[in-house]
Design a protein around this ligand. Structure first.
Ligand SMILES: NC(=O)c1ccc[n+]([C@@H]2O[C@H](COP(=O)([O-])OP(=O)(O)OC[C@H]3O[C@@H](n4cnc5c(N)ncnc54)[C@H](O)[C@@H]3O)[C@@H](O)[C@H]2O)c1
Length: 254
């Protein structure tokens, strides 16, 4: 499978450094970034090709992996899906815009393409997907981040946001993909609390779900990426796992 990447930052660097084409049948060939130097650096590290225009990769890829920004998804996804090319979208917050969601799911369907949203920086989405239509009554997310990761300098815990995921995504578009992913998985605008906590040095996501099935709670304590502390290592690894599942005959836990 030939893959093109949009956005050559923290996530792309981890993915490119951990995928060995001979072992995985995945070739990450093209690199596109609005900052061409970043695309060139990563392409040269990974033995791929940096492209100046997105069009220069679209005739030769089976899949595009977006790891750039919500704006890039809005701008570029229609063009990619119209060509029948499937996508992995990391900037999941973009999908909280209902009109955009409807537009690109229609485009994907008409052109036989697929849109994949990885589990990203959390665990537990398998369970949330499973119970979404079967008696899920309550679901909440509490996210704790260090002051450093949010560019703040404070000594005591502070609630930065409390409200619905759709609002959190507008206020913190680059920080709250997790809330968007959970909301999309269970098809409701979930309750979210974001806390800046000087006691944590990781990105911590606590999900609680209750319903007819019983109750579950997951806590994910992520190491931030060195390059971009807003982003968790697990987010990049989840995209690698997703890429690998396309070649698997037996899928476990999906
Ligand atoms: N799904 C998840 O759980 C999850 C977790 C972490 C990050 N993310 C999201 O993934 C995306 C990438 O994260 P990152 O940490 O690698 O970011 P980063 O800031 O380290 O890198 C992003 C790169 O994309 C490029 N870029 C931005 N807009 C672009 C555009 N319109 N066209 C081309 N290039 C563009 C930037 O120049 C930069 O090189 C972000 O939107 C982030 O919010 C999702």
């Amino acid at each position: 499978m030939k893959v093109g990447i949009i956005g050559c930052g923290a996530i792309a660097n981890i993915i490119a450094s951990k995928i060995v084409p001979e072992e995985s049948e995945i070739e990450i060939k093209y690199f596109f970034d609005k900052d061409i130097e970043r695309a060139e650096n990563l392409a040269s590290f990974a033995g791929g090709v940096a492209v100046l225009n997105l069009d220069d990769m679209l005739n030769d890829v089976d899949l595009v992996l977006e790891c750039a920004s919500p704006d890039s998804v809005k701008l570029l996804a229609p063009k990619i899906l119209e060509k029948g090319i499937s996508m992995i979208i990391m900037s999941v917050g973009a999908m909280m815009d209902k009109a955009f969601y409807t537009k690109i799911s229609k485009l994907a369907k008409e052109n036989n393409a697929h849109i994949h949203l990885p589990s990203g920086a959390i665990v537990g989405l398998d369970g949330i997907n499973a119970v979404a239509d079967f008696g899920l009554k309550e679901i909440t997310l509490v996210t704790r981040k260090s002051p450093k990761s949010l560019g703040k300098s404070i000594d005591s815990e502070e609630i930065l946001f409390e409200g619905k995921a759709s609002e959190a995504v507008k206020e913190f578009p680059l920080n709250i993909n997790v809330a968007a992913t959970i909301s999309l998985a269970c098809n409701r605008d979930i309750d979210v609390k974001i806390i800046v906590d000087p006691k944590v040095d990781r990105n911590v996501h606590e999900i609680t779900a209750k319903g007819d099935f019983g109750e579950f709670k997951t806590i994910t304590m992520n190491h931030p990426c060195a390059v971009n502390p807003k982003t968790s290592m697990l987010a990049a690894i989840s995209a690698i796992k997703l890429l690998k599942t396309f070649n698997e005959t037996i899928s476990v836990g999906l």
